[in-house]
Design a protein around this ligand. Structure first.
Ligand SMILES: [Zn+2]
Length: 227
């Protein structure tokens, strides 16, 4: 790939470190520069990748880029959070919460919509969800007040919930969040469970870490249930 290095006087200079090129990118078009700097705001996208993506869009038929822009505008203007489970939705009450066939007395606590999608894809869960919007993380400045824990407690307080299932990531933050919510729910007559953790299907036992293998032994299940 040919990279042309330009200084402020627009002379070609060579052997400038790449990092300098990235922060001193000079554009021949203000419109191009604006588009690149907007795309570069996205997580994981540097200016160089942003430039590549914008140039790709310019090569596409105009209608295709317009459809992308319209989809993004519609997304930001019309999307809402379900007022019951806080999942991303097109309507006030999402399809899952509005489905009369779902078990309304079981609530699965997850971090965000990706977890809802992952569990839904298994086809094994028929209850409702509660999307926290994150996990408690003092290092990142996320406390319980930043999450939707209060509304979960309110749901349980109403007496309509028989079981709360924790389905957060098996990390320090996930465990901290589970424990905090567990303490909040302790005064109420509700069963609190957590998704099983152990050896993944297809994993070789000898390569499993000690914690995972230890938990798998401790939380062993009757063989008939493993079938
Ligand atoms: Zn919902």
């Amino acid at each position: 790939m040919l990279i042309v290095w330009l200084d402020k006087e627009r002379k070609i200079i060579e052997n400038i470190p790449r990092v300098l090129y990235l922060c001193c990118m000079i554009f021949s078009s203000k419109l191009l520069e604006n588009a690149v700097s907007e795309v570069a705001q996205l997580p994981g996208i540097g200016k160089r990748t942003a430039l590549r993506l914008v140039l790709h869009l310019l090569k596409q038929p105009k209608s295709q880029t317009h459809h992308l822009a319209e989809a993004l505008i519609q997304l930001t203007e019309e999307i809402v959070l379900c007022k019951q489970c806080h999942n991303i939705s097109d309507v006030e009450v999402c399809e899952i919460c509005a489905n009369p066939l779902r078990k309304k007395e079981v609530i699965c606590v997850v971090e965000d919509i990706r977890d809802v999608m992952a569990i839904e894809n298994t086809g094994q869960y028929k209850g409702l969800y509660h999307v926290l919007g994150g996990k408690i993380s003092p290092i990142e400045g996320v406390g319980p007040q930043h999450l939707t824990i209060d509304t979960l407690v309110e749901k349980v307080r109403s007496g309509a919930v028989k079981e709360v299932v924790f389905a957060l990531s098996s990390t320090v933050e996930g465990d901290t969040t589970n424990f905090y919510i567990f303490k909040q729910l302790e005064p109420f007559d509700v069963a609190v469970s957590t998704i099983a953790r152990g050896i993944a299907i297809g994993d070789e036992l000898q390569y499993a870490d000690q914690l995972t293998l230890g938990r798998s032994i401790l939380h062993r299940v009757p063989f008939e249930k493993s079938l």
